[in-house]
Design a protein around this ligand. Structure first.
Ligand SMILES: C[S@@+](CC[C@H](N)C(=O)[O-])C[C@H]1O[C@@H](n2cnc3c(N)ncnc32)[C@H](O)[C@@H]1O
Length: 207
């Protein structure tokens, strides 16, 4: 039986085997989001699926307070080792949000939501929106159907495939982005190339 993404064992073994597998440089999406957050005077942010922190330190360096949520204990220990205790990190699954009663003026969620199933994705968007302060921003990066891996592996449901020894991924296009984020303050979709072609999805509360 294959592992399922979202189960802690999958990510525990990934971080145990591959350690700091994405290096220490922030992704392009994190840099672009930092620019938006600085422009909009965002002060405290929530980062669901924070990993070992490589996409979070840039926000701290720019004067923001960061709270993360992460399913892998090993990744949290790595974040502590490299970046100290400046980030608060809740250990658990985003499917169990909320982990606190705080309101955040920014949410940054990188390469996580496409790992979830349809109802988990809807709940994550709702939970992030609920934790957003009025006029707050949330930014999600998601894998695009333009990725060469789209259509590989076993079809689970429309646009969702099981691949890479157990990873399940939902591949987005503009239509599915509108369908899922349309009621959550969606105001911009741009394309950004990371290790795969991604979309950068921006939402604002209270427009
Ligand atoms: C593709 S990685 C992106 C990591 C991070 N954003 C980065 O780029 O450095 C997905 C991250 O989300 C975490 N994760 C996966 N499923 C999760 C869940 N259900 N709840 C919380 N974290 C989860 C993984 O452990 C991993 O750190």
């Amino acid at each position: 039986m294959s592992n399922e993404t979202g189960k802690p064992e999958f990510w525990e073994s990934a971080f145990n085997e591959k350690h700091e597998m994405w290096g220490f440089e922030p992704s392009r999406s994190a840099v672009l989001t930092k620019d938006l957050f600085v422009r909009e005077s965002v002060k405290n942010i929530l980062v669901p699926g924070i990993g070992y922190g490589r996409n979070a330190q840039i926000f701290i360096d720019n004067g923001m307070a960061v709270t993360g949520i992460e399913i892998s204990k090993t990744a949290i220990e790595m974040a502590r080792k490299h970046y100290g205790t400046a980030m608060v990190i809740h250990h658990g699954s985003v499917t169990d949000m909320p982990f606190d009663n705080n309101k955040y003026d920014g949410v940054f969620c990188y390469a996580l939501i496409h790992l979830l199933d349809e109802s988990e994705r809807a709940k994550l968007i709702r939970d992030c929106y609920d934790q957003l302060a009025e006029n707050g921003y949330m930014v999600f990066t998601v894998i695009s159907k333009d990725a060469h891996t789209y259509g590989q592996g076993e079809l689970i449901s429309k646009d969702r495939y099981e691949m890479f020894g157990g990873v399940r991924m939902f591949f987005y296009d503009k239509e599915s982005i509108h369908a899922e984020f349309g009621n959550a303050g969606l105001f911009e979709i741009t394309e950004v190339t990371e290790n795969y072609p991604f979309y950068l999805i921006k939402c604002k509360k209270g427009r």
